[in-house]
Design a protein around this ligand. Structure first.
Ligand SMILES: Cc1ncc(COP(=O)(O)OP(=O)(O)O)c(N)n1
Ligand SMILES: Cc1nc(C(=O)O)sc1CCOP(=O)(O)O
Length: 470
């Protein structure tokens, strides 16, 4: 698990820039008072003895203020002074080696000059990455031809690692005149829900006449970084709290075998019933007008899947949904092929207005059609194309409908309008069979019976179930 560190205003030191009449220690202390949340000692001109002396001095100040303190490049120095971690460059020791020397509790950051290096850092378990310089800077010249990563490159970097649990700080040429522009650009253009975790600066604070004031000014701009309340889960970054609850929920389902009243299509009825039994539930596939209300009232959950839509089924959905709402039974609604015909879309919208839907589960085409935006089209029951801003889509729709939206696909996006989660455990073979999405709807329903807050999806092994806490 990535460490819970605040790198929002990250100070990197350079003694050569300290204004005359001040010491580095004074500047660091003023900066922390102004809002710096993280300090890296980066001293390129020091010999080892001097570096260690500075490290001891700066560490003391950071400790007094409860601010993490890391050392640039030198693992030996980090060990010697028992710093909180290191910041590595691509030419330095590898993350794996640094981890084995420093142990699991130390912070490891690394500079990622490309998106590929960023992904490699995430896979190796870095806690955070520093970007390539956003703008050219005299603090670390990279040659005349270097134009900087730029805002566009930064957004591409953020998007590229959205599925990993790793923090990102932007660095290089950032100051109070250009930072707001970078922050607003990221807020507006990130597409996968991963925003900046912070900004690292050297000269804008170290060389400032008043480091406290300079830090406070930067901190006020950084506060505008929109916290996209998202979480990414995959096999590489499991959340053990969730895994534990998955086990508890499975146990309870098996022990109590809840009745899952499923009004679903002819194609998947048998498979869905078997999946329900496999996980410990008791399937009931009744859809007759005369009995759906009674079943919905006694069920642990009602699943409404409009796949085999007809006028009569529509009435059954309506009656079951209304009865479920009255009885306080959760409803999972699967708007199969909502975007394929006007009839389906109209029916879905009308049903969504007629009773409380606890979870709306659909593919990108279906969810886009219901939202009226999002960009993915449908070909029959299948979704075609991708959604540009999946987090924005699920979270806005969840707010609009006051429900949980679960958009399934190679990556699943789930939101209750406040928090959003992406799950990266899909499997391409799921597209080769019919009804995998419908079965998901049914299983979501079962877990809803016990844990109103959990959803599931198959992991890479196809047979284990992962829950997502909303
Ligand atoms: C936060 C942060 N980001 C990038 C760097 C640059 O590190 P590196 O690539 O190791 O280069 P040098 O600092 O050694 O010149 C950094 N130090 N901090
Ligand atoms: C330490 C560092 N690394 C960079 C990189 O491109 O990797 S740029 C940089 C210095 C950033 O200094 P300032 O805030 O004064 O521009």
């Amino acid at each position: 698990m990535v460490k819970n560190i605040d790198i929002s205003l990250y100070l990197v030191t350079d003694s050569s820039l300290v204004p005359k009449g001040k010491t580095l220690a004074q500047v660091v202390e003023e900066a922390i008072e102004g809002g710096v949340t993280f300090v890296q000692l980066r001293e390129k001109e020091c010999d080892t003895r001097e570096f260690i002396q500075k490290a001891i001095e700066i560490k003391k100040i950071c400790k007094e203020h409860n601010v993490p303190f890391v050392i640039n490049d030198r693992i030996d120095v980090a060990l010697a002074v028992d710093a909180d971690g290191v910041h590595l460059g691509q030419q330095d020791m590898t993350i794996e080696m640094a981890k084995s020397i420093l142990g699991p509790n130390k912070i490891i950051g690394i500079t990622a000059e490309t998106n590929e290096q960023a992904i490699a850092a995430a896979k190796a378990g870095a806690d955070y990455i520093g970007s390539l310089a956003i703008y050219p800077t005299s603090t670390k010249p990279r040659g005349e031809d270097f134009t900087g990563l730029g805002k566009e490159g930064l957004v591409s970097l953020l998007d590229s690692i959205s599925e990993y649990d790793m923090k990102v700080v932007a660095i290089g040429g950032l100051n109070s005149s250009n930072l707001d522009d970078v922050v607003q650009y990221c807020n507006k253009n990130i597409t996968k829900g991963k925003n900046l975790d912070g900004v690292a600066v050297v000269s804008a604070i170290i060389a400032a006449p008043d480091a406290k004031k300079a830090s406070a000014e930067l901190a006020s701009i950084i506060a505008k970084i929109e916290k996209v309340n998202t979480k990414t889960l995959n096999a590489a970054t499991p959340d053990y709290e969730i895994v534990k609850k998955v086990g508890e929920a499975l146990y309870r389902i098996k022990a109590n075998s809840p009745l899952i009243h499923t009004l679903t299509n002819f194609v998947v009825m048998n498979d869905t019933a078997n999946a329900t039994i496999e996980i410990g539930g008791s399937p009931c596939m009744a859809h007759a007008l005369g009995e759906v209300e009674e079943f919905a009232t006694i069920a642990g959950c009602v699943v409404i899947n409009i796949g085999s839509l007809s006028a009569e089924w529509n009435d059954s959905f309506y009656l079951a949904g209304r009865a479920a709402e009255k009885a306080g039974t959760p409803v999972v609604f699967d708007p199969v092929a909502a975007g394929a015909t006007h009839y389906r879309l109209k029916t879905c919208k009308s049903l969504l207005q007629s009773f409380k839907v606890t979870v709306l589960k659909g593919n990108a085409g279906e969810i886009s059609a219901i939202a009226g935006f999002g960009g993915a089209a449908s070909k029959g029951v299948d979704s075609t194309g991708t959604v540009d801003k999946p987090f924005e889509l699920v979270s806005k729709l969840a707010q609009q409908l006051n429900t949980c939206v679960c958009m399934t696909g190679a990556t699943d996006y789930i939101s209750d309008g406040k928090k959003s989660i992406s799950l990266h455990n899909g499997h391409e073979m799921l597209g080769n069979i019919t009804g995998s999405g419908c079965t998901v709807g049914n299983l979501v329903g079962k877990f809803y019976y016990y844990y109103y807050n959990y959803y599931y999806y198959y992991n890479d092994d196809d047979d284990f179930i992962i829950y997502v806490y909303i």
